[in-house]
Design a protein around this ligand. Structure first.
Ligand SMILES: Nc1ncnc2c1ncn2[C@@H]1O[C@H](COP(=O)(O)OP(=O)(O)O)[C@@H](O)[C@H]1O
Ligand SMILES: [Mg+2]
Length: 312
């Protein structure tokens, strides 16, 4: 439903996102998870045709963001980071106004607004001035405008930021209810938030996609597991033979660095550093380097959970 390939965007000389690639299936809720300044908003602005990428391509519901930008916008509902609300309008007037901008047919206007009012559970504040509503209600009005005309695709930029725990649960439930009828991309810098709402997660950090998987798989990887990188002198045959007996290796890649030297990348949910070093040395091979991948998911997870405490 959404295909993103190699998106890169510069703001002046600053690279905000770099080679971002992912897909979203029809009816799926995808979480875009990353700390502040990771590039979430930039990615969403590109997918909603708010601005173009510097390079790369993307299709939304089959429409190209360059070639068919109006079609993309027609089938997409967007809740930006700062909801575009008119503070001195009533909820109802505002939604009718947005519906007219979105070209809702005149005879469907009332029923369409009724339908999003119900979905966002804002019936009791329909006739209130938006500026006087609580932050949670304002956010729901923003969500309601994004659902006008029943868009196939809904893109929500940090929809729970700044809300209290009760409001977060309410918004989360509203978003979960969109599943199946809409394809949803939701951004957040809070891991549990994404875990509870999304079926698949793309983790983005410093403009790059660093992992994508189901929340369960990611949690499993985050709990244990690290990558050990070795540089070993010796033939790749001898290296493979030497490492064969070590228990607990989930995955092993061998790359040739230069003649007689190989780089070995080992994934495991155990700490295998000691076993690896011993085995290499005992086999008469030269251990040139042994490091743990400094960019593990755990680092990102830590960064994310640290930020989470400010909200929870
Ligand atoms: N309009 C802009 N002009 C210059 N730099 C920007 C602009 N918008 C975002 N950036 C920079 O691009 C990077 C990614 O920002 P953003 O996409 O807003 O991240 P996120 O939404 O994940 O917090 C950040 O370093 C940010 O400072
Ligand atoms: Mg943002």
């Amino acid at each position: 439903m959404i295909e993103v390939e190699g998106l890169t965007r510069y703001y002046g000389a600053k690279k905000a996102i770099s080679d971002v690639t992912f897909q979203v299936k029809k009816g799926e809720i995808l979480g875009l998870l990353g700390p502040n300044a990771a590039g979430k908003t930039t990615t969403m602005r590109i997918l909603t045709c708010f601005m173009p990428p510097t390079s790369g391509k993307a299709t939304v519901g089959g429409y190209d963001i360059f070639e068919n930008s109006i079609d993309v916008r027609r089938i997409t509902g967007y809740l930006p980071e700062n909801p575009p609300l008119y503070m001195d309008m009533t909820t109802r007037d505002y939604l009718e106004f947005v519906a007219r901008i979105k070209e809702t047919p005149k005879d469907k206007l009332i029923s369409e607004v009724d339908s999003v009012v119900e979905k966002a559970a804002i019936g009791d504040v329909q006739n209130r001035i938006i500026g006087k509503l609580s932050k949670g209600y304002k956010q729901r009005v923003g969500l309601a405008q994004s659902l006008l005309n029943n868009p196939q695709i809904v893109i929500l930029d940090e929809p729970t930021v700044g809300l209290d725990p009760k409001q977060i649960i309410e918004i989360r439930d509203l978003i979960r209810n969109l599943k199946g009828d809409h394809t949803v991309i939701l951004s957040s810098h809070i891991l549990p938030e994404i875990e509870q709402t999304c079926e698949r997660v793309v983790i983005i950090n410093q403009g790059k996609v660093v992992a994508q998987d189901t929340p369960e798989e990611l949690t499993r990887k985050l709990k244990g597991g690290e990558k050990v990188i070795l540089q070993i002198e010796g033939s790749s045959e001898d290296i493979k033979k030497a490492l064969k007996g070590i228990k607990g290796i989930d995955k092993m890649d061998i790359e040739k660095v230069k003649q007689g030297v190989s780089k070995i990348i080992i994934e495991s949910d155990k700490d295998l550093r000691k076993d690896l070093a011993q085995k290499v040395v005992n086999s008469g091979l030269g251990l040139l380097e042994l490091t743990v991948d400094k960019f593990t998911l755990e680092d990102i997870f830590l960064e994310l959970t640290t930020k989470e405490e400010e909200v929870a």
